[in-house]
Design a protein around this ligand. Structure first.
Ligand code: GUN
Length: 309
């Protein structure tokens, strides 16, 4: 192996891989429209005015348009009650899929409720009201439950975790039998990605804020999934030489040299890690674009279950 000073990890280009997947989806959507006169639709629900959520939702809507998926905007006020939000979800569940768009019928295949929700709304309650067949985020308790169980398959897998595994797969990193360490145990990323890795036959350890000796556990990993939300917490010296590093962190840190006054960094110290890891995702341009691509993929899959009988 090259000495540490000259080693340079392969940088996994998530933007390029996501673009390839989006082209594959666009082609499938085109074929569905041509063959059946039907296209997938996705309802994108956002509550309140959080800047980060609005930016994510904007990206999701734009990506839908690019691949021919029809998105339906539902922008709801911060003060909406839980009961009103649940009733909106029920309306979308019951949507009879009869919108006509450019001579195709739109099948409302997916419902996405952007998280986090305002504090007065019980997220668990709202997510459990989404129709299982339209749960393209894969956050319904039954979908998550099936993800956790051996020999059971959820209808949808959560988008960011699915994107992490797709990045490994498309970068030629095998998972079976490997030691994977997930850093973070959130409902959106850490927990479900650990379940997906387990399904893919990795030996999985989850490190979290209360774990003792995080550094030495992480150093054992062939595959690191960093999803702690802590800017640059994982140093180069914590990484096993040649490991695959997927950095889910998207942290804004002050940077007076930038016009915006900030820049985005991951949970991994990228420059240090590049000298040790085998391959690594950058921030931005790594996992982020894959989350959106997997949402489109789930929506397409949901629509195909309805359209192609
Ligand atoms: N907030 C942060 N990530 C996600 C996601 O993948 N889906 C939803 N609905 N909300 C999020």
């Amino acid at each position: 192996m090259a000495s540490q000073s000259e080693h340079k990890a392969t940088v996994i280009d998530g933007k390029l891989i996501a673009q390839t997947i989006r082209s594959e989806i666009a082609e499938e959507v085109r074929q569905l429209s041509e063959k059946y006169g039907k296209v997938p639709g996705l309802a994108v629900v956002i509550v309140g005015n959080r800047k980060d959520s609005q930016s994510y939702v904007g990206m999701k809507r734009k990506a839908c348009a690019e691949v021919g998926i029809q998105s339906f905007d539902m922008d709801l006020p911060e003060q909406i009650s839980e009961a009103e939000l649940v009733s909106k979800v029920h309306e979308l569940n019951a949507n009879p899929d009869v919108h006509v768009f450019e001579q195709s019928i739109v099948i409302l295949a997916g419902i996405l409720v952007q998280l986090p929700l305002p504090k007065h709304i019980n997220e668990e309650k709202v997510l459990s009201e989404i129709s299982l067949a339209k749960d393209v985020d894969g956050f319904h308790p039954l979908n998550i439950g099936k993800l956790a169980m051996k020999d059971r398959e959820p209808l949808f897998q959560p988008c960011t975790p699915k994107g992490c595994l797709e990045l490994l797969h498309r970068s030629g990193v095998s998972i079976k039998g490997k030691r994977a360490v997930v850093v973070g145990r959130s409902n959106i990323v850490g927990l479900p990605v650990s379940l997906l890795l387990l399904k893919a036959d990795a030996t999985v350890t989850v490190v979290h804020s209360r774990s003792n000796d995080q550094e030495s556990i992480i150093r054992e990993a062939d595959i690191i999934i960093a999803a702690a939300g802590q800017p640059m917490m994982i140093k180069g010296s914590w990484i096993k030489p040649g490991a695959a590093v997927i950095d889910v962190g998207t942290n804004a840190v002050d940077d007076p040299s930038r016009k915006t006054g900030y820049r985005l960094v991951g949970d991994v110290d990228f420059n240090e890690a590049c000298k040790i890891a085998g391959c690594i995702t950058p921030v931005p341009g790594g996992v982020g674009p894959m989350t959106v691509a997997m949402l489109l993929k789930n929506t397409l899959e949901g629509a195909k279950r309805v359209i192609v009988q």
